[in-house]
Design a binder for this molecule. Structure first.
Ligand SMILES: *[C@@H]1O[C@H](CO)[C@@H](O)[C@H](O)[C@H]1NC(C)=O
Ligand SMILES: *[C@@H]1O[C@H](CO)[C@@H](O)[C@H](O)[C@H]1NC(C)=O
Ligand SMILES: *[C@@H]1O[C@H](CO)[C@@H](O)[C@H](O)[C@H]1NC(C)=O
Ligand SMILES: *[C@@H]1O[C@H](CO)[C@@H](O)[C@H](O)[C@H]1NC(C)=O
Ligand SMILES: *[C@@H]1O[C@H](CO)[C@@H](O)[C@H](O)[C@H]1NC(C)=O
Ligand SMILES: *[C@@H]1O[C@H](CO)[C@@H](O)[C@H](O)[C@H]1NC(C)=O
Ligand SMILES: *[C@@H]1O[C@H](CO)[C@@H](O)[C@H](O)[C@H]1NC(C)=O
Ligand SMILES: *[C@@H]1O[C@H](CO)[C@@H](O)[C@H](O)[C@H]1NC(C)=O
Ligand SMILES: *[C@@H]1O[C@H](CO)[C@@H](O)[C@H](O)[C@H]1NC(C)=O
Ligand SMILES: *[C@@H]1O[C@H](CO)[C@@H](O)[C@H](O)[C@H]1NC(C)=O
Ligand SMILES: *[C@@H]1O[C@H](CO)[C@@H](O)[C@H](O)[C@H]1NC(C)=O
Ligand SMILES: *[C@@H]1O[C@H](CO)[C@@H](O)[C@H](O)[C@H]1NC(C)=O
Length: 473
């Protein structure tokens, strides 16, 4: 497959600057006074990475018409693997500030007069900033540097660096400090103990939307690595710091990676803890290989290696063997089954809220009822309902149950649920009655991998949905 993004090199000179034709345009560098526009790109010296304005394209499995029906053609500036024929971004500058088609011709990447790296909308007399490195907005920080000597370089590592052209040590800003959902070899994942600055990853929203998604991974002070579902702050995986625990991740990971021929000698993980910083990092000694560590849309941490033979990315390591372990990975009102393909399905008599979003791996909308519940509460506060319950066997109980202590039999538990129009589900086991009044999250089938729960969930459904199957019986 040829890359979808065949773009010509087009570094344009900004006509309003006094610095003009004297600038030699080199492919990996943008200097003060130059601008990068749509159609142009920077390429790292080794050819491995490129930076440009791009659009996410529908893959060939998804019809173009459905994609276009929804997408207002959002454009982003990002770094991607230039030598891999499957378009794979490793960093996006404007995750939640997409550029629309309408503004495209006016959009530029440049070094602003105050020394920041900015994406601007350059209308006739006004310039509005879409995205900025924000790091050099303090004049005292740059006072020692003549801003006309600031350059931006896309390094061989994929790191986009804003620095003084006279001294490569003087890094003002770098993309490795502001990762999106990927850690490349040589980038630090961790925190600065002095400033508190933390390099964390946040998953994408979907395959076509790099905006801030549901999952966050961060190296926290004292807690170690924490992986959580951001919206509800539910931590579903963590790894303590070696300083507070005998369980050191590095030797465990090394043993694992060395046992696989695809990763043996290819990935060297390290952990650094000193007075200044605590971080994890890995290197990849084989310059011609392509690899990246990612937090994916469904909440999995993966190590991905490009397979030349298969012409595809291979996931050589996943932190969770069970796809169902990431919290709420299938969205509300779904059942997750780690040994099924696909592993997410709607609960019975529910349908995907947005099949299109599901196709782009965004399942945050989950599933919705086919038939509304039949329940009402009278003036005298008497609730009447014709709804019925459908058992879902051998599942984990969903997030956030409410205990009903006064119900001590299963029928009392069922009555308690029917007595409230907001109750969606109940479960009864060992005189323990639990009900749920919100969306059901993280209902995982006993798939024998990560969970062996034997609980039964009684899902409330409209009688209309259940009567046909009851009559058959
Ligand atoms: C820039 O890239 C073009 C084509 O990719 C190449 O022909 C040219 O030699 C490159 N220039 C420099 C200075 O690397
Ligand atoms: C952008 O510029 C191109 C070429 O100059 C032109 O064909 C296109 O119509 C312009 N698009 C918009 C939205 O102005
Ligand atoms: C600028 O930097 C100095 C020294 O780092 C700091 O004291 C000051 O608060 C900063 N000013 C702004 C506006 O950030
Ligand atoms: C910055 O450098 C440019 C080119 O070297 C020079 O023309 C300009 O006067 C310098 N500006 C300052 C404030 O030193
Ligand atoms: C997070 O919660 C807010 C408010 O409840 C909701 O609007 C939003 O869709 C949620 N985001 C995700 C990714 O679930
Ligand atoms: C380095 O990686 C390339 C591309 O994946 C592969 O063809 C080559 O065999 C690797 N070299 C070594 C020494 O492993
Ligand atoms: C990659 O290709 C090889 C040889 O064609 C095959 O044996 C292997 O299963 C493939 N790997 C994956 C993950 O598909
Ligand atoms: C989602 O993908 C499936 C299978 O690829 C396809 O049949 C279906 O039409 C797609 N749905 C939408 C809304 O794009
Ligand atoms: C109605 O009944 C429910 C539970 O049976 C109770 O929580 C609620 O306070 C009652 N509301 C009024 C207005 O009496
Ligand atoms: C398995 O399910 C039980 C019961 O819901 C839960 O307490 C436990 O955390 C789950 N384990 C995993 C690894 O998901
Ligand atoms: C009931 O709960 C216990 C633990 O609380 C569990 O071991 C058992 O499998 C459950 N049984 C059913 C039928 O849910
Ligand atoms: C509800 O789901 C059951 C089981 O899948 C099915 O037999 C029944 O027809 C559904 N009810 C309606 C009204 O679709």
């Amino acid at each position: 497959m040829s890359p979808l993004y065949i773009l010509s090199l087009g570094l344009l000179l900004l006509h309003t600057t006094p610095l003009c034709s004297s600038i030699a345009v080199s492919n990996d560098t943008l200097t003060a006074g130059q601008v990068l526009v749509v159609g142009g790109k920077l390429v790292s010296r080794n050819g491995k990475f490129a930076l440009n304005f791009f659009q996410f394209q529908p893959t060939n499995t998804i019809s173009k018409s459905t994609h276009n029906a929804r997408s207002p053609s959002s454009w982003y500036l990002g770094v991607w693997f230039n030598n891999v024929p499957v378009f794979t971004t490793v960093w996006v500058a404007n995750r939640d500030q997409a550029i629309t088609d309408h503004n495209l011709n006016l959009t530029q990447l440049k070094i602003s007069s105050d020394g920041n790296l900015v994406i601007v909308n350059q209308a006739a007399n006004t310039e509005s900033v879409i995205s900025s490195s924000h790091i050099v907005n303090n004049r005292t920080q740059t006072s020692s540097i003549n801003t006309s000597t600031i350059i931006v370089v896309l390094l061989n590592s994929g790191n986009l660096v804003l620095r003084n052209s006279l001294s490569s040590d003087l890094v003002l800003w770098q993309s490795f400090d502001y990762p999106t959902d990927v850690v490349l070899p040589g980038a630090k994942f961790g925190r600065n103990k002095v400033t508190g600055f933390s390099r964390r990853l946040i998953s994408k929203k979907s395959l076509i939307d790099p905006g801030l998604g549901s999952y966050i991974i961060e190296l926290e002070d004292t807690k170690g690595i924490v992986l959580q579902y951001g919206n509800l702050s539910v931590v579903y995986w963590h790894w303590p710091s070696p300083s507070t625990s005998s369980l050191n991740l590095i030797p465990i990971l090394k043993t694992y990676l060395d046992s696989d021929s695809r990763t043996k000698g290819l990935i060297n993980p390290t952990y650094v803890d000193n007075n200044q910083e605590e971080y994890y990092m890995y290197t990849s000694p084989n310059e011609s290989s392509s690899t990246y560590f990612s937090l994916d849309i469904s909440g999995q941490i993966n190590i991905n290696v490009w397979s030349q033979a298969n012409q595809s990315w291979q996931i050589v390591y996943s932190e969770h063997v069970d796809s169902c372990t990431p919290f709420a990975t299938c969205g509300p009102f779904t059942v997750c089954n780690g040994i099924a393909k696909p592993f997410c399905d709607c609960m019975e008599n529910f349908s995907q809220k947005s099949p299109l979003d599901w196709n782009f791996s965004d399942r945050t909308g989950g599933c919705i009822r086919n038939t509304p519940l039949h329940c009402s509460t009278s003036d005298k506060n008497i609730t009447s309902s014709t709804d019925m319950f459908h058992p879902i066997a051998r599942v984990t109980l969903p997030y956030n149950p409410k205990s009903i202590d006064i119900a001590t039999t299963q029928s009392e538990c069922e009555e308690a649920c029917l007595g409230s129009c907001s109750c969606t589900t109940y479960s009864y086991n060992n005189s323990r009655c639990s009900v749920w009044t919100e969306q059901l999250l993280s209902v995982n089938l006993n798939d024998g991998i990560d969970n062996t729960s034997e609980d039964i969930l009684y899902l409330r459904l409209a009688a209309k949905d259940l009567l046909p199957s009851l009559r058959k019986k």
